[in-house]
Design a protein around this ligand. Structure first.
Ligand SMILES: [Fe+2]
Length: 308
């Protein structure tokens, strides 16, 4: 997708990692699942990529089963890592997650369009990308005349919380005026949005489907944290949309994401500050405050600052 495509696979390790300091010792980051490849791109031809500072190799065995292994600096391959094939991606972990890859129920609904949007490399931390995804206030200024437009710059009040029963962050009752609410629509309206953060590096958006108002389009962003300040992300969409061409859907998403990339790569610090003092929140930032609090409770150090 865009010029970010393919960075991070192949020999992507040379691409701006700079601070490649080796595998993290952050247990919170290690004990989680990450999408590390597009499943269709995992073949018998081995490819390398990075996860949490560690080089890994992904391939398929003769019977088609996916395989992911750590590769040491002298090229030695470790034992097979746990893998899952879900949502068009290959997932793996460098640790021992106490739960599975997040469940996306919409993926089971057979009448939906599945639109994987491809990887985009971002020279910033994963948590910054999640925070940007949660933020509605930037729509009129960054996605001008697409996801927002002046004078509709105010973010109406919404609810944001840590759901303890599932250990996820949710933001509900979100509304925002959008001049072009989906690839199918040309007129503006107030859209209703729900955000979900099922894991520290996975974030989702549910949007009332313009062409089927009783249903929600589901858009997930899978972030592969390669280094503390380098990641790549893939949006996958499960849409109720029989009208748009695949090309139009991709073009819409790519336009949005490339606008966001400029913003997140210019935020400082690149790692997300977890101390409230770090940046002054406003009401519109409520999701960000809750997300940061959740990461702080977990003790996530990879891609954050403020925890020792
Ligand atoms: Fe954005």
């Amino acid at each position: 997708m865009g010029q970010g495509t393919g960075n991070g696979t192949g020999n992507g390790t040379g691409n701006g990692t700079g601070n490649g300091t080796g595998k993290t010792d952050d247990r919170v980051a290690l004990d989680d699942w990450y999408a590390v490849a597009t499943a269709s791109e995992v073949t018998r031809q081995a490819r390398t990529t990075r996860l949490l500072g560690q080089e890994i190799e992904v391939t398929r065995s003769g019977d088609g089963a996916p395989l992911a292994r750590e590769r040491s600096r002298d090229g030695e391959l470790g034992p097979p890592l746990p893998v899952r094939e879900r949502y068009g991606c290959l997932w793996t972990t460098l640790g021992h997650p106490n739960r599975d890859v997040p469940t996306i129920e919409e993926a089971e609904e057979t009448d939906r369009r599945f639109v994987p949007c491809g990887w985009v490399t971002l020279r910033t931390s994963g948590p910054r990308v999640v925070e940007n995804f949660l933020d509605m206030a930037h729509f009129p200024f960054v996605h001008t005349d697409i996801l927002g437009a002046e004078p509709h710059t105010e973010v109406p009040a919404y609810a944001s919380e840590i759901r303890r029963d599932v250990d996820e962050v949710w933001a509900t009752n979100c509304t925002f005026f959008q001049p072009r609410i989906a690839a199918t629509e040309s007129a503006g309206d107030f859209v209703r949005l729900t955000y979900r953060v099922p894991s520290p590096f996975t974030v989702m958006l549910y949007r009332v489907c313009p062409s089927a108002p009783s249903r929600l389009d589901a858009i997930a962003l899978f972030i592969q944290p390669m280094e503390e300040e380098l990641c790549r992300a893939q949006a996958v969409m499960y849409l109720v949309d029989t009208v748009s061409t695949h090309t139009a859907l991709l073009a819409f998403e790519q336009t949005i994401f490339l606008q966001d990339r400029i913003i997140v790569e210019n935020q400082r610090p690149l790692r997300l500050p977890l101390e409230p003092r770090g940046e002054i929140p406003t009401r519109a930032d409520k999701s960000s405050v809750v997300y940061r609090r959740w990461l702080k409770e977990k003790g996530l150090r990879f891609g954050t600052v403020g925890l020792s």
